[in-house]
Design a binder for this molecule. Structure first.
Ligand SMILES: *[C@@H]1O[C@H](CO)[C@@H](O)[C@H](O)[C@H]1NC(C)=O
Ligand SMILES: *[C@@H]1O[C@H](CO)[C@@H](O)[C@H](O)[C@H]1NC(C)=O
Ligand SMILES: *[C@@H]1O[C@H](CO)[C@@H](O)[C@H](O)[C@H]1NC(C)=O
Ligand SMILES: *[C@@H]1O[C@H](CO)[C@@H](O)[C@H](O)[C@H]1NC(C)=O
Ligand SMILES: *[C@@H]1O[C@H](CO)[C@@H](O)[C@H](O)[C@H]1NC(C)=O
Ligand SMILES: CC(=O)N[C@H]1CO[C@H](CO)[C@@H](O)[C@@H]1O
Ligand SMILES: [Zn+2]
Length: 474
């Protein structure tokens, strides 16, 4: 690389609070935005961007080759928001701790590998850099193969977000798209047909499907749905066939070598429109360190059986839609939202007319004794979509206590980042309380796992589709 080329590639990494006032009015920063994580926004911008501008709140660094570098990935590691009942059990977070976990990752591939994850880490002199940290987060630069495997060595309550390899729009969702959601909300009123349709979701079927996906019924042979496992491929094939049986056209779409594919299913519109409504979950799972068992009964077998239950109801009642409807089960969520990142990028390139999307991730668990709940993201997502979901919940699943959750972020973040109206439905109006979070004990037969709540939340997700897309019964 020539000196001039190197100098032009020099970039400054800056981390600001997400609501830092003048960022949206600074065109140079706006062109170099890499997303918001844990309430902080990340910029990788030319040095000149910052002259005369506020000093970054913390962490200035020049990963000179990012994003141009081949084989380097920036990842944000965040301690998830935990209920008080879980806080004492979770290892506290510090940069020193992360070094310890990373040395495991760099020292050994076999110990941390699951089946199929043992492709050679062939970088010469692999190394990493801690670019920034707070009390609950660390921003790292890692060789790509190590970045993909990072979640294998971290404690369960630390979640990984891979930064995109190109800048994101700083004002995520355009006004006309938000206006469309406002119109749907303004027109919202109880529809007895919608109530009849969503009530047809079968609880018995959900109980069967979840036990198949976790391997609890002994029929699927699935031990893990980790993105690198053979169980994930078994689940992907099974989901594709189940969705196709309901009249959808499905594809298994790979996104990164070594990862199980996204399962993407579409129902055509009965009228000529580009408008599309999308609901989703992630079918990959994460287990305990050192264990090959990752049943993912709640995370995210719950959201996945919820969208499957919706599909089965579409078939049973012979429903058709007046808008295109997509149902997607993502993989690679646990490694850093990879599956949804690639799919949302594809839809952005196509300039897809996505009216809104709703991700269901962890919908079954609440603390024993608590009422059934529905949590909406407090930070990442489109407020108008959150409001629509809340109002639809009040109408069709009034048993749910609706509130905000700081438990952030699932695949909806990928869509929100690409400028699509997006929200997530979550199991608690509060932080994560599931003691089996990212644990090999995440089964569906256990205290606190509430299949009725899973169904109530699926009803809400379904009713959003019906009110947004429009539908007909035979
Ligand atoms: C990045 O590296 C891979 C594997 O070495 C190679 O196949 C690919 O062409 C490289 N891409 C670029 C943009 O250099
Ligand atoms: C949505 O719900 C809120 C109360 O939570 C209510 O004030 C508002 O009128 C509702 N909007 C619509 C359009 O139903
Ligand atoms: C759903 O509707 C079908 C067809 O009308 C009916 O046979 C079935 O019993 C219903 N199931 C539930 C759970 O309501
Ligand atoms: C659908 O609408 C588009 C745009 O209005 C038009 O170009 C196209 O011919 C229509 N397709 C059909 C099958 O009517
Ligand atoms: C997108 O869909 C909406 C209906 O939701 C429609 O009014 C609009 O014209 C569509 N936009 C494009 C670019 O096709
Ligand atoms: C699990 C672990 O090693 N936790 C340590 C992380 O770092 C903090 C501060 O350095 C320690 O207090 C924890 O014990
Ligand atoms: Zn999840």
């Amino acid at each position: 690389m020539s000196f001039a080329k190197l100098a032009s590639a020099l970039a400054v990494l800056a981390v600001y609070p997400h609501d830092f006032p003048s960022l949206t009015s600074d065109p140079c920063l706006a062109d170099n935005f890499y997303g918001t994580y844990g309430g902080q926004s990340v910029f990788v911008a030319p040095h000149a961007c910052f002259t005369g501008f506020a000093t970054p709140v913390s962490g200035a660094f020049a990963p000179a080759e990012y994003p141009a570098a081949n084989g380097t990935e920036l990842v944000w590691v965040e301690q998830v928001a935990l209920d008080a009942s879980l806080q004492s059990q979770s290892p506290s977070f510090s940069p020193e701790n992360i070094s310890g976990y990373l040395s495991d990752l760099f020292a050994s591939t076999s110990e941390v590998s699951l089946e199929g994850a043992q492709q050679a880490l062939s970088l010469s002199a692999p190394t990493y850099a801690v670019l920034h940290h707070t009390a609950t987060s660390v921003l790292l630069a890692l060789p790509t193969p190590h970045a993909h495997r990072l979640s294998l060595v971290l404690p369960p309550t630390w979640k990984v977000y891979a930064l995109p390899d190109a800048p994101l729009p700083i004002v995520p969702v355009e006004e006309p798209a938000i206006e469309r959601v406002r119109e749907i909300l303004a027109a919202l009123k109880f529809d007895p047909l919608v109530a009849k349709v969503v009530a047809n979701i079968s609880l018995a079927q959900i109980r069967n499907d979840i036990r198949w996906l976790t391997g609890e019924d002994g029929k699927s042979g699935i031990e893990s749905r980790h993105s690198f496992s053979s169980g994930a491929l078994t689940a992907a094939d099974w989901l594709k066939v189940r969705f196709e049986e309901t009249g959808a056209a499905c594809e298994l779409r790979p996104f990164l070598s070594g990862f199980a594919p996204n399962v993407i299913c579409r129902y055509p519109s009965t009228v000529n429109t580009t408008a599309t409504v999308l609901i989703s979950s992630h079918y990959d799972s994460r287990g305990s360190f050192g264990s090959t068992r990752a049943p993912g009964g709640d995370d995210d077998g719950s959201g996945t059986t919820g969208i499957l239950a919706i599909a089965r109801t579409i078939k049973r009642l012979g429903l058709t839609f007046r808008s295109n409807v997509e149902i997607v089960a993502f993989a690679g969520e646990e490694q850093g939202l990879y599956g949804s990142r690639y799919y949302a990028q594809d839809l952005r390139k196509e300039d897809k007319n996505l009216t809104l999307m709703i991700q269901a991730d962890m919908t079954a668990y609440h603390e024993p004794g608590e009422p059934p709940q529905l949590g909406l993201p407090d930070l990442i997502g489109t407020p108008e979509v959150h409001q629509l979901v809340a109002n639809i919940s009040a109408i069709y699943s009034p048993e749910l206590k609706v509130g905000l959750t700081p438990a952030c972020c699932s695949d909806h973040q990928s869509f929100h980042s690409q400028g699509f109206p997006a929200s997530q439905v979550f199991e608690r109006a509060g932080p994560i309380a599931d003691p089996m979070y990212h644990n090999s004990g995440d089964l569906s037969s256990r205290e606190g796992y509430d299949v009725e709540q899973l169904k109530s939340i699926a009803k809400v997700q379904f009713a959003v589709v019906l009110h947004t897309a429009g539908f007909d019964l035979p």
